[in-house]
Design a protein around this ligand. Sequence first.
Ligand SMILES: [Zn+2]
Length: 296
Amino acid sequence: MYFGVDIGGTSIKVGAFNSGKLVEKWSIKLDFKTAEELVDAIYNSIISRYDSIGGIGIGCPGFIIDNFISSSANIHFLNQTNLVTLFHLKTNAKIRLVNDANAAALGEAFFCGYKNLLFVTLGTGVGGGLVINGNILEGAHGAGMELGHLHNDDVYNFTCGCGKKGCVETLSSATGLVNIAKSLVGKYKTSVKEPFNAKRIFDGAKENDELATKAVEIFSDYLGKALANACILVDPGIVMLGGGVSNAGEFLLVRVQEAFKKYALPIIQDTKIILAALGDEAGMYGAYYLVANKED
Ligand SMILES: [Zn+2]
């Protein structure tokens, strides 16, 4: 049995896979102070359910290269750790570690049968993962296709969590959409109620609220520009949008596609932009796929 683990901000999802199929999943509350405690909890939860471990793949937030977490902004105690070494104190099974957005990208590509895929998560921030010929791109620093921090705006100049201004995620995330809406207050005849959140703004835009419509238009325009910039560099042919904001569905997709065409070179304008298929299971699938199918 192989296992795909997805470490998130508040919980850890674990999936047991048999021949490519997810057969059982469970979650563990993220309530630890050290990497050792985290590894213990994952290992114990698996071994209490299954006798043999073929391999464990793990997706984790942070800059990761060759199984080493150089920094994890969300889970500080994982900075400068090698979870594989810690797991190998307990088991000889194959262990692989990968960035969480890269894991989700690989999971979606594997599940949907795409060899090439640019996967973008639109949540509180913006994450990106690139699969080319079935392989993820980690890059020299583990920062490959960190689309959220591509510089994309010199008009709004919102400050990003990374400390820079104008990153993609300052506009094209749930937080970004709220930032845009706040900047438009008082300029339109109709406005959705404050406090703003992404769902309220999208719902308002769907009902032709003026402020919400403008906010979604700006959001989509900047996202389309960022995707066009990314696609001209790597030409994946398919872009998949996931994360909470992608729940806006076709309404979002149509607007992003239109903006993409506006900015993209004609040769790549037929790039497909689609919605994610696996929801919050993508990371588990990708982590599993990495450990079960890839050579070291
Ligand atoms: Zn940034």
